[in-house]
Design a protein around this ligand. Structure first.
Ligand code: PGA
Length: 252
């Protein structure tokens, strides 16, 4: 049985003080989530990771938004998986569409980053998704298959089970244009089937999230879908009240 997972991606928002305030305001809801067997995660900026980890409830998974694939060395501006682990960070988002668009993050580079995280026993949260043009041209599955193959093909069964995948159609991120529940389910199902073909006997345990304009009023509909195990949420994860509303929506 795959546990539900709600992950907030804060992107480039919040100072350390604001992150600490969020951590203290979410204590009660985090306990409620644990009682309901709902897993929670938050991905603050690098700047806030340490303070957030120290102040957040222990059952909140703390993710970085990026990681470098080398352990250390001459890579200005980068942070390694071992460094994240040293401050008790649980994993990292990899291949978010904003990084693919603005920072030349390719699926092949993502594969190296996922490898680096797994080496440290951290959780990779690998994002895939098509652009609006690709969606309109009916290329969704083709694009996603390429991202899955280039990003994940080299992993073994036990490694694959530790990886979380997020389907985030680029056209729905931050736009208020949601993918329908049907699209989300179809694509998440497709992802599970393709993961199974690539790495047999792994996909039943892999958690697949939907992301893109998820809000308190639409999250439950996505989670009712058989192959959608949770949500990756940007804007609606920024305030404790709306994060809490989503936890409650998931518990119903
Ligand atoms: P959004 O962002 O919820 O603001 O659309 C989702 C994401 O980028 O992960």
């Amino acid at each position: 049985m795959r546990r539900k997972l709600l992950v907030g991606n804060w992107k480039m928002n919040k100072t350390p003080d604001e992150a600490i305030a969020f951590a203290s305001e979410i204590q009660k809801e985090a306990k409620f989530a644990a009682d309901q067997k709902i897993d929670l995660g938050i991905a603050p900026t690098f700047l806030c990771l340490n303070d957030f980890r120290k102040n957040a409830p222990n059952n909140i998974l703390v993710f970085a938004q990026n990681v470098h694939y080398e352990d250390h060395g001459a890579f200005t501006g980068e942070v390694s998986a071992a460094m994240l682990k040293s401050i008790r960070i649980d994993g990292s988002i990899i291949g978010h569409s904003e990084r693919r668009t603005y920072d030349n993050e390719t699926s092949k580079k993502c594969a190296k980053k996922i490898r680096a995280l797994l080496k440290e026993n951290l959780i990779p949260l690998y994002c895939v998704g098509e652009t609006e043009q690709e969606f309109n041209e009916g290329k969704t599955k083709e694009v996603i298959l390429k991202q899955l193959k280039e990003g994940l093909e080299d992993f073994k069964k036990e490694e694959m089970k530790k990886i979380i995948i997020a389907y985030e159609p680029v056209w729905s991120i931050g736009t208020g244009k949601n993918a329908s529940e049907e699209i989300a389910e179809n694509v998440c199902k497709f992802i599970r089937e393709e993961v199974e073909k690539m790495i047999p006997e792994s996909s039943e345990e892999v958690r697949i999230l939907y992301g893109g304009s998820v809000k308190p009023n639409n999250i439950a509909g996505y989670l009712k879908q058989e192959n959608v195990d949770g949500a990756l949420v940007g804007g609606a994860s920024l305030t404790p009240s709306s994060f809490a509303e989503m936890i409650h929506a998931l518990s119903e």
